[in-house]
Design a protein around this ligand. Structure first.
Ligand code: ADP
Ligand code: MG
Length: 261
């Protein structure tokens, strides 16, 4: 049931699948308000709140720039400054219009594209955990590609969930081990998913302010009560950087971060 939930959310929110509910929004939301289901609406609304909280560092309207960098990977050539500038004009969470009564989404600008890559994984983890808790499972860990959430205790009398933090420069090396009970952990970094363009490594995380990849930190790990907040905040802090990123995290209750420069 937990896996079904995860697949269901992927079906709704993937931007690779042209038939996903998110893709329908991307195709039609400039022409008219597009009705979405409760799950997608929730993720869009929460995403906007993280944009406000992070001063625009986290922004799901980043789609047009992400598309250019994805294409750059195929072409082996960086996007032109002109193309980036044009894409950047269509980025901005303020142009994402959500109507909670009608549960619809609309774009204020033509050429807008939503990309939930920085938050949907966390949401899917939370939903899977919800399914497991509702089924009265005593303890579980749900891990999607290194982002995870756990509750209860592992089997065989082990007291805590042990989570190793990988060294970004040496995969085989565990830098430290976290002891977790009922918490979520998410890591954003440039060491596993990046784009090599013209011999330069570009993170897949984009700074909306510059339209360039955010390469300040090589790994950002967030520990938070929900996987969705850990996921979104890890992406946000990757953009914001060391100093201001820690300021942001220190202002949020029950949330900690481990940054590796
Ligand atoms: P990972 O997928 O490695 O866990 P993240 O959670 O940081 O890493 O998500 C990165 C993805 O988020 C990118 O591939 C892209 O789809 C999207 N993204 C890139 N930049 C931003 C941004 N500034 N705000 C929100 N989402 C972003
Ligand atoms: Mg993220």
């Amino acid at each position: 049931a937990a896996f079904d939930k995860i697949y269901h959310i992927e079906e709704l929110m993937s931007d690779y699948d042209p038939n996903s509910m998110l893709s329908k929004v991307n195709q039609n939301a400039f022409q008219e308000p597009v009705p979405v289901n409760t799950e997608l609406f929730e993720v869009l609304a929460v995403s906007k709140s993280y944009s406000a909280l992070s001063d625009g560092a986290f922004d799901i309207t980043i789609g047009p720039i992400v598309q250019l960098w994805r294409k750059a990977k195929e072409d082996g050539m960086a996007p032109s400054a002109d193309a980036l500038k044009k894409a950047q004009d269509n980025v901005g969470y303020q142009s994402l219009i959500l109507n909670p009564e009608k549960q619809t989404v609309q774009f204020a600008k033509k050429g807008m594209l939503l990309d939930l890559g920085g938050i949907a994984k966390g949401y899917a983890i939370d939903k899977a955990i919800q399914v497991l808790k509702a089924a009265r499972v005593k303890g579980a860990m749900v891990d999607i590609g290194g982002d995870l959430r756990c509750f209860g205790a592992p089997a065989n009398g082990v007291k805590h969930w042990l989570i190793g933090l990988q060294d970004p420069t040496n995969k085989g090396n565990v830098l430290l081990t976290l002891k977790m009970d009922d918490m979520a952990v998410a890591t954003s970094g440039d060491y596993q998913r990046y784009v090599m363009v013209e011999d330069k490594k570009h993170s897949h995380i984009i700074d909306p302010a510059t339209a360039d990849s955010a390469d300040n930190l090589s790994s950002v790990t967030l520990i938070a009560p929900t996987a969705m907040s850990a996921d979104a905040l890890a992406t946000a802090v990757s953009v914001i950087g060391n100093e201001k990123g820690l300021e942001l995290i220190n202002a949020i209750e029950n949330t900690e971060a481990i940054l590796i420069s």
